[in-house]
Design a protein around this ligand. Structure first.
Ligand SMILES: [Zn+2]
Length: 466
């Protein structure tokens, strides 16, 4: 079987065949670091995480680039409002972004270029566009891309070129299809930009958003690469403009495949600040949900469909994850001290093939999860009836680890024991050795308040999460 992915460019599923043998080069539009990322943003990063993990599962090597947009209309506006230098302002949100990725068990990309570190590459790219007749400087001093010059403009979003207003210009980073027009490559300095300014052959100013991704992707992945991803809202204008810039400059195809994930809605409605259903990941975690539960939720729907994020399904995930953990505990018990895997038991023999068949079909995650839960169900039943040989259990464990390289949710993360909890545990051991039972009980209650219970075993006291 081959891994087939839906290519937005062709509107069909195509087999993933890397340009360069066994190596997949992939570019992912990253966060605009002007605020904490919200769960809708993480839906896209989760889809990309599943994609890179499954590409590796298929035996390919991956080089993924995810950019950090640390200069654009939004970052500048927000940093000025806060009275902070742009770099200082965005650093807070860059740090938060990486913390959040780790909480969700999202694998790091190979490169995280920040736009402000690639200004010379952006200027060089605009110079090429000038030389080739695709760029012009307008009266306002800004440099624009002439969409009339690129005959394939609109091919990704399937725009009707007839309706486009020739010569109209748009200088905002974000605009809609009805306003397809010449877009800004380099924006002439305006006082609202504060001290965010660079010199260029066209005067002082700053890059437009779209040129950032063209410059960084081609610098790090080459003129042509395999997969470009983002959310459906990136198709126009962002990705359309990236194609226009890159293909006009190099004369080569830019990305071979384009993949886009659907929107995230919250409790059936579009997430918005005014509806009060706007959630950052931090807020959701502060409500007591774990990163693993949120990961499960964000993975659970097919990436191209819109995902309804509902708190009641987060609660249901807790039960599903518990079933996975019970299964893992049963397997662990059956393994005992065995280290060599044997044959898989009959109830697990087809799991990998079913999982891969579903994932090969444009990442049909529901089919893949069904394969997992069918095995959990059959396995728990079989193990309740009679013990399975240790080597068989070891084989299941090995399979589970392999499948979890894709899913990242089968294994419960090791609980982190805080310094406070560790100190209390030590004090309890001391109290018990001194037969100070009231003190030992007091510490037991304090640990319970922190969510831990202690069990005394022959190997000493063991902490368990309540
Ligand atoms: Zn981008």
């Amino acid at each position: 079987m081959a891994f087939r992915i839906y290519n937005t460019m062709s509107r069909t599923k195509e087999e993933l065949v890397p340009l360069d043998g066994k190596h997949v080069r992939m570019y992912t539009c990253g966060p605009t670091v002007y605020n904490y990322a919200h769960i809708g943003n993480f839906r896209a990063y989760m889809f990309e995480d599943l994609l890179r993990r499954y590409i590796k599962f298929c035996g390919f090597q991956v080089t993924q680039v995810q950019n950090l947009t640390d200069v654009d209309d939004k970052t500048i506006r927000a940093s000025i409002e806060q009275g902070l230098p742009l770099k200082e302002y965005t650093q807070t949100y860059i740090d938060a972004f990486f913390t959040d990725l780790a909480k969700l068990n999202i694998e790091p990309a190979e490169h995280y270029p920040a736009a402000t570190d690639y200004i010379p590459e952006m200027i060089a790219l605009i110079e090429v566009l000038f030389e080739k007749g695709y760029a012009y400087q307008s009266d306002d001093g800004s440099v624009y891309y002439s969409i009339d010059q690129f005959s394939e403009y609109g091919k990704l979003a399937r725009l009707d070129r007839e309706g486009m207003q020739s010569g109209a210009r748009v200088d905002q980073d974000e605009y809609d299809k009805d306003n397809a027009a010449d877009f800004a490559l380099w924006k002439a300095y305006v006082p609202e930009d504060g001290d965010v300014v660079w010199d260029s052959p066209w005067g002082r100013g700053r890059p437009g958003w779209h040129i950032e991704c063209s410059a960084m992707s081609m610098k790090l992945l080459g003129d042509s690469f395999d997969i470009h991803t983002g959310g459906v809202d990136n198709i126009f204008p962002h990705h359309e403009d990236e194609i226009a810039q890159s293909e006009a400059a190099t004369g080569k195809p830019y990305s071979k495949y384009w993949m886009h994930c659907g929107y995230l809605v919250v409790d059936g409605r579009k997430m918005s600040k005014s509806l009060g259903n706007f959630h950052t990941l931090r807020e959701v975690l502060d409500m007591g949900y774990s990163g693993r539960e949120v990961r499960y939720e964000l993975l659970s729907g097919h990436y191209r469909q819109s995902l309804n994020f509902a708190f009641k399904s987060l609660d249901a995930n807790r039960a599903a994850l518990k079933r996975l953990d019970e299964f893992a505990a049963n397997i662990k018990e059956a393994i005992g001290a065995e280290t060599e895997p044997g044959e898989l038991p009959a109830w697990a023999a087809d799991t990998r093939a079913k999982f891969a068949a579903a994932m090969d079909d444009d990442m049909n995650i529901s089919g893949a999860m069904a394969a997992i839960f069918d095995t959990v169900h059959a396995g728990n039943k079989a193990m309740a009836e009679s013990a399975i040989p240790a080597r068989q259990a070891m084989a299941v464990s090995t399979l589970w680890k392999e499948l979890d390289t894709v899913l990242g949710i089968l294994e419960a993360p090791k609980e982190e024991i805080s310094v406070e909890v560790a100190t209390l545990l030590e004090a309890r051991t001391t109290a018990r050795s001194e037969k100070d039972w009231p003190e030992s009980d007091r510490i037991r209650d304090a640990l319970a308040n922190l969510g831990w219970t202690v069990k005394d075993t022959p190997d000493g006291p063991k902490l368990r999460k309540l």
